[in-house]
Design a protein around this ligand. Structure first.
Ligand code: ADP
Length: 356
């Protein structure tokens, strides 16, 4: 395996953020399911992928290109490695932002071995010229390498060995249709159910040699935002706490106390999420308020609020995006233990939005 690139989205310090440092990547690698049988949940995707891979193996052919969409930490990288393992093929890992020029992509493609799996994370962030080169590579296993500049430039065709592209994106809708259409198999990964996350946690605890009881696993699962990566990360922090403050065994009580220390609340909101909600409720009476104003109030970049905190708050039904701005839902008031202002006095319109 070959890591060409490390994602860095500046959220390393967040317990619920993306995976950024190498140490964490090493732990993640150790916890990764190695085959489809070990992969928990995502039943439909697993079943369909199993058929695709079996059929390819039976034909003695390279598997079709696969597009995986879904939020960070749901197992896209893991699945790409499983695809390679099931096809007994090597894998190369890179990402859209690492491919700035078509030449970067040409260099990678031309060095692939026959049958190799190329995992292209954040495929929607590839540059336009690279994307166009990829169309031809996916369809005809061929690229045109442009040599020279201006009128004297010539295109030299280069044959590629058959390979399997596994593209990953947070949203398939971000991909231009011509690219999307070139994938033979497209799978959307859903957030995990609490029971599935409990299985992930028990499995990881076993691999990390940590003792955990069912209630302890349930407590961590409930705060993991439907995401195995976060479940594994919270498990490791709770393990630390259990070792230092108790006898090392993770119970519900230990898990709750540990996650209180790390400021991850009982619904999985961390300090940033709560800060956004608190500002929205306490400073703006529940909204509507513009995103930029809200971001200034919490002392964060607009993008951080929009891309990091909001998707989860919206999914949890705590915040709504409306044409007039961000609005807290009744559930947000309840979660923070605050009473919403009466619509007749508040006059901010949020009660009307929810028909309360
Ligand atoms: P993504 O590429 O979607 O961001 P990863 O494949 O890197 O996510 O998964 C993050 C972590 O979560 C990995 O360490 C992996 O062990 C764990 N994980 C993801 N999906 C599963 C699953 N279905 N079963 C068990 N562990 C999983």
């Amino acid at each position: 395996m070959n890591w060409d690139d490390t994602a860095d989205d500046g959220t390393a310090e967040r317990l619920v953020g993306a995976s950024t440092d190498r140490e964490e990547q090493a732990v993640e690698a150790a916890l990764r399911p190695k085959d489809l049988g070990e992969f928990i949940g995502q039943e439909k995707v697993r079943e369909q992928l199993d058929l695709v891979l079996r059929a390819a193996r039976a034909r003695g052919a390279t598997a079709d290109h696969v597009l995986l969409s879904g939020a960070p930490g749901l197992g896209k990288t893991t699945l790409s490695m499983i695809i390679a393992a099931e096809m007994e093929a090597p894998i190369r890992i890179t990402s859209g932002p690492a491919i700035q020029h078509a030449g970067d992509l040409a260099a990678i493609l031309s060095s692939l071995q026959e049958g190799e799996v190329l995992f292209l994370d954040e495929i929607h962030r590839m540059s336009r010229p690279a994307e166009e080169m990829l169309y031809m590579a996916m369809e005809d296993f061929r690229v045109d390498v442009i040599v020279g500049k201006g009128p004297g430039a010539t295109a030299i065709p280069l044959e590629l060995p058959p390979f399997t592209l596994v593209g990953a994106t947070t949203r398939a809708g971000l991909l231009p249709p011509p690219l999307r259409d070139r994938f033979g198999f497209t799978a959307h990964m859903e957030f995990y159910e609490p029971a599935e996350l409990e299985r992930v946690i028990h499995r990881s605890a076993h691999l990390l040699d940590v003792e955990i009881d069912p209630q302890g696993a349930a407590e961590i699962a409930g705060r993991s935002r439907g995401t195995p990566r976060i479940a594994n990360r919270l498990l490791r922090r709770v393990r630390d706490y259990a070792q230092v403050k108790a006898d090392g065994v993770i119970t519900q009580e230990i898990a709750g106390a540990a996650l209180a220390v790390y400021e991850v609340d009982n619904r999985g909101l961390d300090r940033l999420d709560r800060g956004v909600l608190e500002a929205l409720l306490k400073l703006f009476g529940g909204g509507p308020v513009g995103l930029s104003t809200l971001a200034v109030a919490v002392g964060e970049e607009r993008e951080t609020v929009e891309e990091v905190a909001e998707p989860f708050l919206v999914r949890e039904g705590l915040l709504a995006r409306t044409p007039r701005g961000r609005v807290a839902t009744p559930a947000a008031w309840a979660h923070l233990g605050l009473t919403p202002p009466r619509s007749s006095t508040g006059g901010n319109g949020q009660q009307d939005l929810f028909g309360a």
